[in-house]
Design a protein around this ligand. Structure first.
Ligand code: ADP
Ligand code: X2W
Length: 321
C-alpha cells in the first residue's frame, strides 16, 4: 500500500493504533498487519538515524491530555523516542485543568488574545496545577512507561526568567492592557535541561517563569515551548493540541503554512484564541533555527511517532518563508 505524506493509515492497520493492537483478526489479516508493522518499523530507520542525538521539543497541550489512553500512548512515545537515541524535552500546558481548578473555587477563567488574565489568586492556582498536579502526572506516566522523567518549573536552575507582560491593546493603538501576573520571557538558562538530557533523563517543564525578585509569572506554554526549542537548538518542535492542525475558514486542514499565509489568516480572523500564541511561537521558532515545526492532532494515538519516525504527517507544518 502506498500512502502520500499526510494521508492517514486506516485505523485497523495503523501499527501504532489501539484498534490494530486490540482487534482479533483472521490469519490473513493478521499476517498483512504484521507486514505493515514491519514495514513501518523499517521505515523508521532513516528517521532514527537522522534524528539520533538531536533534541525534539514536544509541547503537550492541556487539550490533548483529556483521555487516559491517549496520555499513556503519549508517555510511551516519549520513552520510545528517548530509547532510540533522540532527546525529547516536554513542555506541558494545562489550560483546561487550570479552568477546572478555578471553577472549584468559584472563579471563571478570562482570556485576552489567548492569554489568561492572572490575578494573585489565579497565579496560586496556576502554580499548584501546572507545577504540581499536571507536571507530576506526566512525570509519573513517563516513569511508568519505562523512562526517567524529571519535572522542572522556571525556578529550577533559573531555567525561565521573566518579567511582567504588558499587552498591546488591539482596539486602542498605543495603549497597554494590564493582565496581572502574566510574564514575558527575558532569558532561558538551559544548563539544567542539558545536564538532564546528558544523564538520560527526560525533562518535563511547566510554563512558570520567575522575576528577579522571585515573583512567579504565568506564561503561555506554547511560548515557552517555542523559546525552549530555539535556545536548545532543537531539530524539531512538535505542538500537540486538540484539532487536526491549523484549519482554514471552511474548517479544512492546512497541511503547510508559510509566514505570508499566517499574516493573512491573522488578519481575516481565521486564527483566534489559543491558536494565536501557538502559531506566533511556531513561526518564531521556525525563523530562529528550529529545522521543522509542526502543530499536530494530539487525539491521534501515537501522533508523535507518526510525525517523527514515519512518512506520515498528522497536522500542519509551519515554515519561516
Ligand atoms: N484556525 C484555527 N485552526 C485550528 N484551531 C483553532 C483555529 N483558531 C482557533 N483555534 C482554536 O485553538 C485551539 C487550540 O489552542 P488551545 O486551546 O490553546 O490548545 P492547547 O491546550 O493544546 O494549547 C483549538 O481547540 C481551537 O478551538
Ligand atoms: C498566560 C497563559 O495563558 N498561560 C496559560 C498556561 C497554560 C497553557 O498554556 O496551557 P495550554 O497549553 O493547555 O493552553 C494558562 O493560564 O492557561
Amino acid at each position: 500500500m502506498t500512502l502520500e505524506r499526510g494521508q492517514a493509515l486506516p485505523e485497523d492497520i495503523n501499527p501504532f493504533s489501539f484498534a490494530a493492537m486490540n482487534t482479533p483478526s483472521s490469519p490473513e489479516i493478521s499476517s498483512h498487519t504484521s507486514t505493515v508493522k514491519a514495514d513501518v518499523l523499517s521505515e523508521a530507520l532513516p528517521y532514527i538515524r537522522r534524528f539520533h542525538g538531536k533534541t525534539v521539543v514536544i509541547k503537550y497541550g492541556g487539550n490533548a491530555m483529556t483521555e487516559d489512553q491517549l496520555q499513556h500512548s503519549f508517555a510511551h512515545d516519549v520513552v520510545l523516542l528517548k530509547l532510540v537515541g533522540l532527546n525529547p524535552v516536554v513542555v506541558h500546558g494545562g489550560g483546561p485543568q487550570i479552568n477546572s481548578a478555578l471553577k472549584r473555587i468559584g472563579k471563571e477563567g478570562t482570556f485576552i488574545q489567548g492569554m489568561r488574565v492572572t490575578d494573585a489568586e489565579t497565579m496560586e492556582v496556576v502554580e499548584w496545577v501546572l507545577g504540581g498536579q499536571v507536571q507530576q502526572d506526566i512525570v509519573m506516566m513517563i516513569n511508568e512507561a519505562g523512562g526517567k522523567a524529571v519535572g522542572l518549573t522556571g525556578k529550577d536552575g533559573c531555567l525561565i526568567q521573566a518579567k511582567k507582560k504588558m499587552l498591546a491593546d488591539k482596539d486602542r493603538p498605543g495603549q497597554w492592557l494590564d493582565i496581572g501576573y502574566v510574564g514575558d520571557i527575558t532569558r532561558i538558562e538551559p544548563a539544567v535541561v542539558k545536564a538532564l538530557q546528558d544523564d538520560q533523563f527526560i525533562p518535563v517543564i511547566s510554563s512558570i517563569g520567575y522575576g528577579e525578585d522571585g515573583t512567579a509569572y504565568n506564561i503561555n506554554a506554547d511560548i515557552v515551548a517555542g523559546k525552549m526549542a530555539e535556545v536548545l537548538g532543537a531539530e524539531k518542535l512538535v505542538m500537540m493540541t486538540n484539532t487536526p492542525g491549523v484549519l482554514d475558514k471552511n474548517g479544512n486542514l492546512l497541511r503547510s503554512l508559510s509566514a505570508q499565509t499566517i499574516d493573512e489568516l491573522f488578519e481575516d480572523g481565521t486564527i483566534s484564541g489559543g491558536m494565536l500564541p501557538k502559531i506566533s511561537s511556531a513561526l518564531d521558532a521556525a525563523r530562529n533555527g528550529v529545522t521543522s515545526v509542526h502543530i499536530v492532532d494530539g487525539r491521534v494515538p501515537h501522533c508523535l511517532l507518526l510525525e517523527i519516525l514515519t512518512d506520515q504527517g498528522v497536522g500542519t507544518m509551519i515554515s519561516s518563508h
